[in-house]
Design a protein around this ligand. Sequence first.
Ligand SMILES: [Zn+2]
Length: 73
Amino acid sequence: MTSTPADARPPPPGGLTCEQVLAELPDYLEGELGAPTVAAVEAHLSGCPHCATFGGAYRAMVDLLRRHRDAAR
Ligand SMILES: [Zn+2]
């Protein structure tokens, strides 16, 4: 009998791992994700302080770049 304790870990918030959330983040901020994925990402962000902090900083940077781009026209 071989049991792996690692399998006993609870599922990540939103059913997505941090890696998956970070991979989806650009599309999430661009509004290019489907509703189920958006819900999963938001569920993860509200349950994972690390991704919430990084996601917030990432979003602020994207907003800044967007404003800069618009202002340069
Ligand atoms: Zn996370």
